[in-house]
Design a protein around this ligand. Sequence first.
Ligand code: PLP
Length: 401
Amino acid sequence: MKSPAKRMLSQAQKNFGMYETAARIAAQDPSADIIHLEVGRPSFDTPLHIKEAAKTALDKGIVHYGELNGTFALRDALAQRYRELNRIDVSADEILVTNGVTQAAFSALMTLIDEGDEVIVLDPFYPQHNSKIELLGGKVVTVKLDQARGFSLDAQALDEAVSPATKMIILVNPSNPTGVMYSQKDLLAIRDIAIKHDLYVLSDEVYEFNIYDDNKHISIASLPDMRERTITISAFTKGYAMDGWRIGYAAAPLHFISEMLKVTLNESTHPCIFAQEGAIAAVSGSQDCVKEMVADDKLRRDLIVSRLNAMPGVTCNTPQATIYAFPDFSAWGIESSKLAQDIVEHTHVAVESGCFYGNAGKGHLRICFGSEPYERLEEALDRMEAYLQSLELPLQATATN
Ligand SMILES: Cc1ncc(COP(=O)(O)O)c(C=O)c1O
């Protein structure tokens, strides 16, 4: 059995994906004009009133240690929003402020997962959750989403995947990489399975603000009898363009939060105190900035979906949420990590291989449309289209996965 640190090292190697290749190309040729569509980083600057609040905090000398679970003002504002928007009945004490969703996920998993426990993830998945499970000595059990029905839940497959060792289901809703939002029907099916087998649910809702059209986000913890078994995690990362601020949070019954706090305080004491002041401005101030960013992302989403669908051998569903498109290139018959590699080598457009997100991602690429301005995205699509046209390969009639 490897020590946790060694397990972490072997997992960490898996976690860089195509970013590493793009970095190598840039190091070899500093003049290479690389367009980064592989990293899920918002293209916007953090809204001004949020930055001003953090600056004011610094000027006022809010630079010392604070409450271990996060400032009361931030927890209170988040609890209020959870009650009003997500319909999850939590108090300020049932919120834990963390260093991003990453730390919220890690502390939840460390609290609930022991060596040998099984955790079910829906495939395609967000790989960083899996590496945490493995780091803790847990076992990742994948359940394929139904690609033919737009990567929606196969409830029977989920039910059948539960074993006596299963402890938890991880839900990423809205989903990175597919951009799908789980329907109420899907969430009710997950609820029924969680209750039937007495499982916890870790619900990663970091994209809950990056939602397009008239789609409505549903938190699974708001469904009857789910509050008690669900840890909901989210962050300012994607919705407020605050990925570098490292402010996330968890909402869960007090007994979970108290255990998770033991993890976070030993890891990092608490998140940056003046960054939390910025976060208060984000949650309490006008939400127009979020609407504006989503409107801008939507233009890029519409561009990428129409351009990809016009390319030979490519089909792309319209993402309901997130900043990712997950097009199917399987008609080209090229294994997706090779295709992503070929694209970055030949076009200097970095995209992620669908396989990075599990077996169900075979034949797909994940392309972040929210990380570069509209014109750069157009340029990236032009380069990809020209590259595909240069391939003298027959298209296959059926998908490979
Ligand atoms: C589904 C999902 N969860 C968590 C994270 C990490 O969030 P944070 O930067 O707040 O730790 C990401 C980042 O891309 C993500 O896509």
